[in-house]
Design a protein around this ligand. Structure first.
Ligand code: BMA
Length: 831
């Protein structure tokens, strides 16, 4: 193994005893800040002054870039990028293979079990003595680490979702040595579980089929990084977000956020602007804040006083009523208008701050009210006063290694969602609060976000230390994200109300109360309370699925959170024939439902070798993390199609992959059409369905899963189908006498003498495929292997002789390359 040594010997492994105390000593440096200084505000005058940044503002020194990285015993030392993680650093330096290749998730388990140290030296380019305060700021540390500067411990981190700021005013020198000594997340979680002696907090470990790590619920870290039923176990270590030194005098702006409100009776839009400062002067600092939104002819100046310490000021700007405000609308309902705005702080001491931002105006209500002819309550979203049917899917982390998720990755996935006529995604609670760019893109293209807090499919501790950490996390995330008009809902967790109600973890009845108490403590008394204080502009629910107000009435935990008369439901059924719509719940809101399929061969090929290319290979079993998943797919296919029989094993594998995708697309089409169709009716008290978010949009790696977009962004047939079943105008041919007819999908008499031809030509940046057939061709699939891009349509029924399909490339390509890579499959090609 090629190993280089750092210039300084200080990257030596931290000495750690094998048994650590249950709580790490040294205290936490805080992301959490009080809101002590909410100031009375005085509206002064509408005298505008353009903002100028005067000298004396804060100095920021980025610590991004190359750091030293060493494992526990110092036998592996290398350079690693920050932001980044150990796995990507090892891979980039060629010290390990692609972690996604074949069985490497298991082979490389040692990486997460070791304790790594990141270190670097840095010089202050500024004279540190002239600053009243110097902070070392981490936007994200993954996860458990001791932070040192010049061999002095500053504090510890143990929550991946917090922002940590350490005061280094008295310890910073001209040349500094900073160290982040990680402890394996896996060992930490195990230890925390061991220390929780009073009662167990299940689940202890994931099911063996997931090949994962235990006790994810004892660490505030991306829960699916310990494995999931669609994802590998890579419990990373690293500095996953920005890290920098900030030096300032007088005052410093930490958070700045905008939320809009509409006062119906006065027909008045207003903006609430919240600024959170750290004031280091010993005396209050007075000043003027001017808010200017030129396009709305709105300018207001406020006099403010910042009190010493950390605190917030809140300004309420009324928008000039003679200007027409264009609201922000979801995709398919209108434009996503935003207004340029500047906020200038001119303070008596120190420097000026000029913040440029975009102001959006939209309202959101979660309507839960009685429905005539139906017991229970409605559950739907009203955006800008208009009821909107929520169409979309569920979002999971786009990679096990967050540093590989670039703006382009996000853009491609989110744009694909919008292109498939989706207007919403649920950021699921077992992943991460996504990066700012994710929400920026959603704002820009009109994708509404149902935002879970990061708790999923488990019970969680509620001791004081843990709660403090969660409280800091929640305030930080809400402050960071609340300006985004795309976010329409905060939701406490994924499936934890259901986990207790349906007793997933076989808790004896006598012990139930303890867990219910913990549940209410965490999601209601802490998370909800903080969310309601921090953000009054959008609704909060405690869990998904939930019965909403009915759950609240039952003490926040309904007997049956899957009740179709209230709230949202999750529904999975792999054994019944998915074309039989009567198996689906006529719910108020379907926030999860799905079927698995395999990603295309070109995607699998990249992480496998020849011996893996069969449906029953060790690789195919290894990649399947859902118990019996591969068999369930075959069983579902068998309801309507002949299973592949080819004697050529690769052809058989490819045919099977194709059929899993056809099956998945058809199943979800049937179910989604059922939900859309149920919008306008109440049958036997059920109906009024106002949301369909299928599970799941994207993939974390190349494996069978419920996703409609493969790892890398390629569209599965389901995604092409989604484009149609989510179309604004959907021709659904249903009969209401208990029989469902879906056009052109069932029992087709196909001509086995069919010939399909493909010609390709170029027109500007797009490619035109002309398909010709001599007979009806069901589920026609065009595939250009690894060439990145998407077709205008796919998986379609070809009843006409000729059909034109457009290919939109995501990278430069050519006619010849496309022709060479094109494979055409239809149902009649499966042997
Ligand atoms: C749902 C999700 C995920 C899971 C999916 C498929 O319940 O919340 O936990 O991946 O089912 O099993």
């Amino acid at each position: 193994m090629a190993v280089r040594r750092p210039r300084r010997g200080a990257a030596a492994p931290p000495s750690r005893s094998s048994r650590r105390p249950c709580r790490l000593p040294g205290g936490r440096a805080g992301a959490a800040m009080g809101r002590a200084a909410l100031l009375p505000l005085l509206l002064v005058a509408a005298a505008g002054r353009a903002g100028v940044s005067a000298a004396g503002g804060p100095e920021v020194r980025s610590l991004r870039g190359s750091w030293w990285l060493a494992n526990g015993n110092g036998s592996v030392v290398l350079r690693g990028e920050v932001p980044g993680c150990v796995h990507t650093a090892l891979h980039r330096r060629g010290l390990i293979q692609d972690p996604y290749y074949r069985f490497n998730d298991v082979t490389y388990r040692w990486i997460s079990l070791d304790n790594w140290t990141y270190s670097r030296t840095f010089k202050t380019r500024f004279d540190d003595r002239k600053w009243q305060k110097v902070n070392l700021v981490f936007e994200g540390v993954d996860t458990v680490a001791q932070i040192l500067i010049n061999n002095i411990t500053l504090g510890r981190t143990d929550n991946m979702f917090n922002r940590y700021s350490f005061d280094i005013t008295s310890v910073i020198k001209e040349v500094n040595f900073v160290e982040v000594r990680f402890l394996s997340a896996v060992s930490y979680a195990a230890e925390q579980s061991r220390c929780h002696k009073a009662y167990s907090i299940p689940p202890a470990c994931p099911p063996p089929v997931q090949k994962g790590e235990c006790h994810a619920n004892f660490i505030r870290k991306e829960q699916c990084s310990f494995s999931w039923d669609w994802g590998p176990s890579f419990p990373t270590q690293g500095i996953w977000k920005d890290v920098r030194i900030e030096a300032y005098n007088h005052y410093h702006l930490i958070y700045f956020s905008l939320t809009s409100f509409f006062e119906k009776s006065a027909q008045q839009w207003s903006l609430e602007i919240e600024s959170i400062f750290d004031v280091v002067s010993s005396k209050p600092i007075a000043g003027l804040v001017t808010v200017n939104i030129p396009k709305l002819q709105t300018q207001q100046t406020f006099s403010v006083k910042l009190q010493p310490g950390e605190g917030s000021i809140v300004l309420l700007v009324n928008i000039n009523k003679s200007s027409t405000v264009e609201a922000w609308w979801p995709n398919g309902h209108g434009k996503q208008t935003g207004y340029n705005m500047t906020t200038t702080f001119i303070m008596e001491a120190g420097y000026q701050i000029e913040k440029s931002s975009k102001a959006y105006f939209r309202t959101v209500e979660l309507v839960q009210e009685p429905i005539p002819g139906s017991p229970g309550l409605s559950f739907y979203f009203r955006i800008n006063g208009r009821p909107i049917f929520i169409k979309g899917s569920n979002w999971i982390p786009a990679d096990s290694f967050q540093d590989r998720v670039t703006y382009d990755t996000l853009w491609l996935l989110l744009k694909s969602a919008a292109d498939a006529n989706m207007n919403a995604l649920r950021v699921w609670g077992g992943g991460v609060y996504e990066q700012d760019e994710f929400y920026d893109i959603c704002d820009e293209i009109g994708i509404m976000i149902w935002q879970d807090f990061m708790f999923a499919c488990a019970l969680y501790p509620t001791d004081q230390y843990y709660l403090e950490s969660v409280r800091a996390e929640v305030s930080h995330q809400v402050r960071r994200l609340k300006s985004h008009p795309s976010i329409i809902l905060w939701s406490g967790n994924n499936e934890n109300e259901a986990a207790i109600a349906s007793n997933w973890f076989s808790i004896p009845y006598a012990d139930r109360e303890v867990y219910i108490k913990d549940y209410v403590m965490l999601y209601v008394k802490n998370i909800r309370e903080i969310v309601l204080t921090e953000d009054k502009s959008r609704p909060f629910i405690a869990s998904s699925p939930t019965n909403g107000l009915e759950s609240v009435k039952e003490g926040w935990l309904s007997q049956n959170p899957y009740d179709t008369h209230y709230g949202d439901t999750h529904f999975y059924d792999y054994s019944n024939d998915c074309w039989n719509w009567t198996v689906y719940p006529k719910t108020r809101f379907a926030s999860e439902y799905g079927f698995q399929s395999w990603p295309s061969f070109s995607t699998i090929e990249k992480v496998s070798s020849t011996e893996d290319w069969s449906y029953t290979s060790n690789f195919s079993l290894h990649r399947q993390h859902h118990e019996n998943g591969n068999d369930q797919m075959l069983q579902q296919i068998g309801h309507h199609f002949k299973l592949p029989q080819s004697t050529d094993p690769i052809k058989k594998f490819k045919d099977t992959i194709y059929l899993t995708q056809v099956m998945q697309a058809q199943c979800i089409k049937t179910e989604t059409e059922f939900y859309r169709f149920s919008q306008s009716e109440i049958i036997r008290g059920e109906g009024h369905t106002m949301g369909a978010l299928y599970w799941q949009l994207n993939d974390i790696w190349q494996a069978p899963s419920w996703a409609s977009l493969e790892y890398g962004g390629k569209w599965k047939l389901l995604h092409y189908f989604a484009q149609n079943f989510f179309a604004p105008l959907l021709p659904v041919a249903y009969e209401d006498k208990g029989v469902l007819y879906i056009y052109g999908v069932s029992d087709l008499h196909v001509d086995h003498k069919l010939t399909l031809r493909a010609s390709v030509s170029q027109q500007d940046d797009i490619y035109i495929f002309v398909l010709q057939t001599t007979a009806i061709a069901p589920f026609v699939s065009l595939d250009v292997g690894s060439i990145k891009g998407r077709f205008s349509d796919n998986g379609f029924l070809m009843t006409e002789q000729k059909k034109v399909v457009v290919f939109y490339p995501w990278e430069p390509t050519g006619v010849e390359e496309l022709e060479k890579s094109l494979t055409l499959t239809s149902l009649v090609d499966v042997v």
